[in-house]
Structures are given as C-alpha cells and as structure tokens.
Design a protein around this ligand. Structure first.
Ligand SMILES: Cc1cc2nc3c(=O)[nH]c(=O)nc-3n(C[C@H](O)[C@H](O)[C@H](O)COP(=O)(O)OP(=O)(O)OC[C@H]3O[C@@H](n4cnc5c(N)ncnc54)[C@H](O)[C@@H]3O)c2cc1C
Length: 534
C-alpha cells in the first residue's frame, strides 16, 4: 500500500459519516483521501456472505429511515450508482405475549384500521398525529440533522408551531415516552410502538426527551417507511464510495490511521503506521471520541480540560447480535396481518421498562427486548426463494455486574455467548414454534466481535456515546466541544460521537465537512510542500 504524500484533506474512517464527509469535500474540489482500517468501506453499514454463500447478512445495521430522510444522503443521487431502496409489505410489527401484533403500515388507512380494530377511535387519533407531523416533522428532522444552533430549520419549525398546537406540541416532544401519547390513545398499541422505538436510544422510558426519538421513528415509518438497500446494507456504502471515486476521491482500505500529527497547534497529517500523509487543509475523523481524544491525539497535545471532560464521557449500552440463514420464513404462531420487515419482541410495555432497568443496573436482561429483521421479506434478493435471511439483536450492559436471568458472566466467551444466544432464540421460538428447525446456520456477534469488525463500536456500543440529554447537542461528545471543530486547528470530529449522534443519516460527517470548508474560505491554502523522505 503506497499512500499519496500530500492531499488537501484526509478523512479517517469510511463509515456513513466518513463517506458523506468525503463526498462533500470532493464536490468542493478538494483532493481528498479516505482511509479505512477494515478491508472494505461502510463501517457499521456493511453486508457479507459469511453465514452461507447464498445468504446476504447485514453485518450490523439494516433499516434506514433516517438515511432516506437525510439531506446529507438523498442529494448524493446514489441511484446513478446502482442504488435502490426496498420496502417490506409492512414497516414494523410488535409481537406481544399472546402472539397478537401491533402493526405500522406505510398505507395510513391500513395502520388506522388496525388501530381502530384494537380500540375504536385510535385510528382517528393516529391520523391526527400523522397530520400534525406532516406539517412540522420535516422541519424538525432538518433542525435535528444540521449543526447546532440550527437557525434556518428552527425558524421554519417555529413558524409552523402555532398550526400544530404551539407550546403543547413542544411539551409533547419533550415528554417521556411513557407519557407522550397516553392522552390521545385509548388502547395500548401506540404506546408500545413508541416505547419500542424510543429504546433504539438508551434513554429510560420515563426520562424527559425519550418520547421524541420514538415519535420520530414511528412517524418516519408511517411517512417514509423503514427501507433497506436492495442487495444488502453494504450497497449503500458502496454507492457512496463509487460516487466519491467518480468525483476524484481516493479510498484506501486496510489503512488504519495510528496517529494524527500536530504541528504548531494544527493538524498537519496522519500516520498509517510508518507512512505519513500531509494535509494542506484538514483531517476529518470518523472515529469514536474515545479514540480521537487520548489516542490519535494524545491528551498532552490537547488542553487539560479535554482529558478531564472525557473522563465523564459515557458510552451507550453494548449490543449482542445473532444472524440466521433460515430454510423458510419465521413460522409465527399467529401470523401478522401484513409481513413486517422490522419486528420487536417484548411481552408488554411493562416488560420493556423492566428490561431497561436491568440493563441500567448492569444486569444481563432476563427477558431481553429483541429487535428482529426479516430481511428476505423486505428485499427478496437477500436469499433464495422460500428462505429467509434474518437477524435478532438486543442490548447488554457495557460492564456486566450480574445476570437477571441465570448465571451468565458477560465474558462473552463461547459458552457464555451460546447460552445468551439461546436465551434470545427461545423468545422467538415461543412466538414461532418450529423456528429452530428452520435454522441452516447461525452466527453470533458478541460486543467484542462487533468492535473487532468496526473500532467505532467501542465495547459493542452503536451510537458513539449515550443519547441521554446530558450528552446531546452542545454537550456532545463533551461540554465545550459541541461542534464538529476540535481544540486542534484543521481537525474535525465527523463520527456519531458528534451531534446529532447515532443512526445512518450522515449528518455528523456533513457538519464536519461544512465546518472544514467554511474555515478554509477564511484561510489561504497551505503551499504544496517539497517532497521529503518519511
Ligand atoms: C448492530 C447495529 C445495528 C444498527 N442498526 C441501525 C439501523 O438499523 N439503522 C440505523 O440508522 N443505524 C443503525 N445502527 C447505528 C449506525 O450503524 C451507526 O450509528 C453509524 O454507522 C455510525 O456511522 P459512523 O460513520 O459514525 O461510524 P461507523 O459506521 O462505525 O464507521 C466508522 C468507520 O471508521 C473506521 N475507523 C475507525 N477508526 C479508524 C482508524 N483509526 N483508521 C481508519 N479507519 C478507522 C471503522 O473501521 C469504520 O469503518 C446500528 C449499529 C449497529 C452496530
């Protein structure tokens, strides 16, 4: 591997944020080098055929409502690079203890009808909620996905506020998930749907702000769906890579950046082991905050307050994932009225609360809340006709102090991992008797495996840091560094550790690229340096 000696910018890490940042810089005419530690691009947006050659598995993430809504990704025109979204017949289904389903369908009439069947009147309440969202939701999404303070989108949202109920609406957005929709709906279906989606972040259901993420996801589900890339998650990353290269960018994989070089308080370049690449403009780091601060840039090179504040940085919980190749679709005892792509498995709202409390207490949940992807149901290209490529995942503590359901240690050695995977699988078997007989192959990805495949998934966490309010917006990743800029000139944090955090939307990368470009407009380009030996 021979790297260029000098470029305008280096982007470290080809996750979705790094790919968006690299595309934006290439569009601006910058000579940009994208360095990726793994053998292929994509970060946590990749797919593989390790489980079975005929089955495509999404190694990490799978459903992308935020990407489909994102102004950082949709304008890239990825269709030109062979990219296409696919949708399952139904967006989402929650399977309850008795096997009955709470369903979200992209057809509003169908969702409303199903809610009415459960509790008369809830269909109309759902339509009212969706109507309210249609008026203000897109401005809220824009405000969320632009750098703080999001002046333009906020102004647009403020103008629309009186039409959706003014302060009552603001209060609803800030409410805990437990309370967000309690008054409007007589049945429990919407509350369960909202709570399950709220738990995609790691905020307790009774904490302020937890309702917003749940509401955001279910409203995106209703208005956009939870789409997947045709052919596997990796197709999204490959299309972004191909676009970047077509616009003059260079990508090098198997190139782990081991150090960012600082000269006179400025990012001067990066080391990939013993090779040095000098930058004329900037280094954008799609790396976890814990790796940027203290490792790629040592604490001695940073103001003392950074070390102090990073000591208080909190990770989000770890993830434990199991992938399956199935000889036939999941044999649901009570089949859902419409086949969903995403499935949640929890007996009840109360069980979700208990599971989360066990997680927060450092215990491996007794009855883990399962997220499931029925991938071939969503995209028939994922495995042969009549089969199903499928996964389940759940969260476990970063530091395991106990096991609420038995005697697992959290060491995640083979025995521990197999037994926990069995606990998760039993939950599916209870809902779908005969499930285990359909398993052709199963792959377990413990928190340690996830981190080995993507260094940003520190301890198996997937959001680049907790989503709790005290580590969001201006406090992300740490107070005082709530923008893409860092204390080092020319160095930008471009990963999910920056605002607005986890999920595939590319906004963290876009914010970093915009900050670098804005700064460059104010400063002259550094002269091309004379070749020196490295
Ligand atoms: C199991 C799982 C399921 C998920 N499900 C969803 C989902 O369904 N929908 C959704 O929207 N989000 C989901 N997410 C979250 C989403 O994938 C992440 O928030 C998103 O990928 C973050 O993007 P990123 O670019 O910041 O980091 P990443 O995607 O983690 O990419 C970072 C990249 O940087 C590289 N890198 C790190 N350090 C270096 C270095 N020193 N040198 C060179 N390269 C380096 C890594 O190898 C990696 O390729 C999921 C995540 C996981 C793990």
């Amino acid at each position: 591997m021979t790297l260029p000696r000098e470029v305008d910018a280096v982007v470290i890490g080809a996750g979705p944020n790094g790919l968006v940042a690299a595309n934006r810089l290439a569009d601006a005419g910058w000579d940009t080098l994208l360095l990726e530690a793994q053998p292929e691009v994509g970060g946590a947006v990749r797919s593989d055929r390790e489980l079975h050659p005929d089955f495509i598995s999404d190694t990490f993430s799978a459903f992308y409502p935020m990407a489909a809504a994102s102004r950082a990704i949709t304008p890239l025109g990825l269709e030109e690079y062979g990219f296409r979204w696919c949708h399952a017949p139904a967006v989402f289904g929650h399977s309850r203890r008795d096997g009955s389903w709470v369903m979200l369908h992209r057809d509003l009439d169908i969702t409303a009808k199903l809610l009415d069947e459960e509790h008369p009147g809830d269909g109309a309440a759902w339509r009212a909620l969706v109507d309210q969202w249609r008026r203000i939701g897109p401005s809220l999404v824009d405000a969320l996905l632009t750098p703080f303070p999001p002046i333009g989108p906020s102004l647009r949202a403020m103008i629309k506020l009186p039409r959706v109920g003014g302060l009552s609406f603001v209060r609803q957005m800030l409410s805990p998930a437990a309370a967000t929709v309690q008054q409007e709906f007589g049945g429990g279906a919407v509350r369960l749907m909202l709570a399950g989606n709220a738990l995609h972040a790691d905020i307790p259901l009774d904490a302020p702000g937890s309702g917003f993420l749940g509401l955001l996801l279910i409203m995106l589900g209703q208005t956009i769906g939870y789409p997947v890339p045709e052919g596997g998650a990796g197709r999204l990353s490959e299309a972004m890579r191909d676009r970047f290269v077509a616009h003059g960018g260079e990508v090098v994989c198997n190139a782990e950046v081991t150090k960012i070089s600082i000269e006179h308080g400025r990012a001067a370049g990066v080391y990939v082991h013993d090779q040095f690449v000098r930058v004329r403009r900037a280094v954008l780091a799609d790396v976890h905050a814990e790796h940027l601060y203290g490792r790629l840039v040592t604490f001695e090179e940073l103001p003392a307050r950074v070390r102090m504040k990073m000591a208080g940085f909190r990770r989000d919980p770890a993830t434990f994932k199991v992938d399956y190749a199935l000889s036939a679709p999941v044999p649901w005892r009570t089949p859902p009225p419409h086949a969903p792509g995403t499935v949640h498995i929890a007996d009840s709202y109360e069980e979700l609360v208990i599971s989360f409390a066990q997680l927060s207490a450092g215990s491996i949940p007794e009855r883990p809340f399962l997220l499931m992807g029925q991938m071939t149901t969503t995209d028939p290209t994922r495995s042969p006709d009549g089969t199903e490529s499928m996964w389940i995942y759940t969260h476990v503590p970063q530091q395991v102090r106990g096991d609420a359901g038995g005697n697992l240690t959290g060491s995640w050695d083979t025995d521990d991992a197999e037994r926990f995977a069995d606990r998760m699988q039993d939950r599916v078997e209870q809902r779908a008797p005969g499930f285990s007989e359909r398993i052709i192959a199963r792959r377990i990805l413990t928190p340690l495996d996830l981190e080995r495949r993507d260094a940003n998934l520190v301890g198996g966490s997937l959001n680049g840091g907790t989503s709790s309010l005290d580590q969001q917006v201006i406090f992300r990743p740490i107070p005082g560094l709530g923008r893409a800029g860092t204390p080092i000139n020319g160095l930008y944090l471009a990963s999910a550790s920056a605002h607005p955090g986890g999920a595939v939307h590319g906004a963290c990368g876009m914010n970093a690229a915009r900050a670098a470009l804005a700064h460059a407009r104010l400063t002259p380009r550094r002269p091309v340096s004379k070749p020196t030996s490295t």
